[in-house]
Design a protein around this ligand. Structure first.
Ligand code: AMP
Ligand code: ZN
Length: 469
């Protein structure tokens, strides 16, 4: 399995630190609002990475934080006249609902920044002791960036270029820094803000320190994979490396993975430009499985453009797969009882090759775009190879293959909810009406909709009969 490592800018063979195990940390959202569809991309992408690793037999310890103390959370709390924790708890609960609807598995651990302050105080103290951090007159603690010789290795930036670029960015208060490149580890509280006591001042942590601390606590000093969106490469992940490696004296993460951005109609998503969608907005129009399918239809390192047309195409693609699974289920119920025929046994070998090709695509830096193409090829194969006269056993082999691929992608292709008889009869009546009006497209659509829900229609001389698959 090869992973593109931002650190080396090459695809590298994945070798776990500990055989059979993967320690993975994904930077999670700041919880001051409903998550937007950009935030959904790393969630879906890295959940799929996790699922594929599990499919390969690895035990994955997957940690993803919620940043629950931050300027934006505090601003919203002040606007609503409530405690910051009310805001963060509210949006953590909403985020978990969205994750479930996108079939993103809960992390092994979802740590909260506010519950890990002790560990942050320890690491900051350690950094001060080792000369990598210092306390300014007002109690702010800064990381001494130049003390970490490898600073810039992830973002491939040169310290002197950074220094030139940063000088003009000095703002008031920052002149206490020894060097413009230094960044905040701990800052003094302002009125009305949540704060914690510390040896340096009553205050709160800078953003970067939380991930270094949580990753160490839940996964250990050295981990396999650290991941997030590409905007996090600099400064967030660069600063995490500096803090962790300076404090622990060992390499922080072996592989760094970053997803490219999601844009809307080829423009950057922004509230002010009016092209901003929350995951909840999308759920009003689509099952969030469609959003998941859409996200995986591109490779995670390619920019992805969101548009109404592409979402419709994703819906149609997903429907095609669901219809195939329903037909296979029908064949599994109604096919011949006998063992595989000789011709079927040959076809099984052909079908298994789709799984090998799916794995090859995923082994190549999780190329879900190619993996989904293979799924479509399997659908095409299933639609021609399985039909009247197939054995139940053959239908099951093909169906299991397709469902295994879907499970790795986190796509749910089977609708388990039972329809009520009255709902079914109502849809059959609508289908009859559509046929009378010669609207055969609508009639077929209703037939497929029913098939997806496991209802099979038979047009007989006595009228339409139906049964459950
Ligand atoms: P934030 O809450 O801004 O820290 O973002 C949480 C995660 O979402 C991070 O991994 C970001 O890199 C990622 N992210 C934010 N916006 C986008 C976007 N438009 N496309 C892809 N990933 C994004
Ligand atoms: Zn982080």
């Amino acid at each position: 399995m090869k992973i593109f490592n931002t650190l080396t800018r090459t695809k590298q063979e994945f070798v776990p630190l500990e055989e059979g195990k993967v320690k993975m940390y994904v930077c999670g959202p700041t919880v001051y609002n409903l998550i937007h569809i950009g935030n959904a991309r790393p969630m879906i992408v890295f959940d799929t990475v996790r699922r594929y690793m599990e499919h390969k037999g690895y035990e994955v310890n997957f940690v993803s934080n919620f940043t629950d103390v931050d300027d934006k959370i505090i601003k919203k709390a002040i606007e609503e006249g409530v405690d910051a924790s009310v805001i963060s708890q509210r949006y953590i609960a909403e985020c978990k609902k969205d994750m479930a609807a996108m079939n993103v598995k809960p992390a092994t651990t979802h740590p909260l920044a506010t519950e890990e302050i002790c560990g942050m105080l320890d690491m900051i103290g350690d950094l001060i002791e080792k000369g990598h951090a210092y306390v300014a007159a007002d109690g702010t603690v800064y990381f001494r960036t130049r003390s970490f010789k490898e600073y810039g290795k992830l973002s491939h930036k040169n310290l002197d270029d950074l220094q030139g670029g940063n000088r003009s960015l000095l703002v008031s208060g920052e002149d206490q820094k020894e060097d413009p490149l230094d960044f905040v580890l701990w800052k003094p509280k302002k009125d009305g803000e949540p704060y914690w006591e510390s040896p340096w001042c009553n205050g709160r942590p800078g953003w970067h320190i939380e991930c270094s601390v949580m990753s160490k606590k839940y996964l250990g000093e050295k981990i396999d994979i650290h991941a997030g969106g590409e905007d996090l490469v600099f400064p967030h992940h660069e600063n995490e490396i500096a803090q962790s490696e300076a404090a622990n004296g060992t390499e922080f993460a072996k592989y760094w993975m970053h997803n490219a951005f999601l844009n809307i109609d080829n423009k950057k998503m922004s509230k002010s430009a009016g092209n901003f969608f929350t995951v909840r907005d999308i759920s009003e129009k689509y099952d969030l499985q469609v959003l998941r399918f859409f996200m995986l239809s591109a490779h995670y390192r390619s920019p992805l453009n969101f548009s109404a047309d592409l979402m419709e195409a994703a819906k149609n693609g997903l429907d095609r797969m669901k219809t195939c699974v329903s037909s296979l289920n029908y064949a599994m119920e109604n096919g011949a009882e006998s063992d595989l025929t000789a011709a079927e046994a040959e076809k099984v070998e052909e079908a298994k090759q789709f799984m090998d090709r799916f794995d090859q695509a995923m082994d190549d830096d999780f190329n879900t775009a190619d993996a989904i193409s293979v799924m479509f090829e399997l659908v095409k194969f299933a639609n021609t190879a399985v039909g009247e006269g197939s054995t139940k056993a053959f239908a099951k082999v093909v169906c299991d293959l397709l469902l295994e691929m879907a499970e790795i992608c986190g796509l749910i292709l089977e609708t388990k909810t039972e329809m009520l008889d009255a709902e079914i009869e109502d849809l059959i009546a609508q289908r009859q009406a559509a046929r009378k009006e010669k609207n055969f497209a609508r009639a077929d659509e209703i037939r497929n909709e029913l098939l997806e829900k496991g209802i099979i229609l038979e047009d007989t001389r006595e009228g339409v009969k139906w049964k459950r698959a």
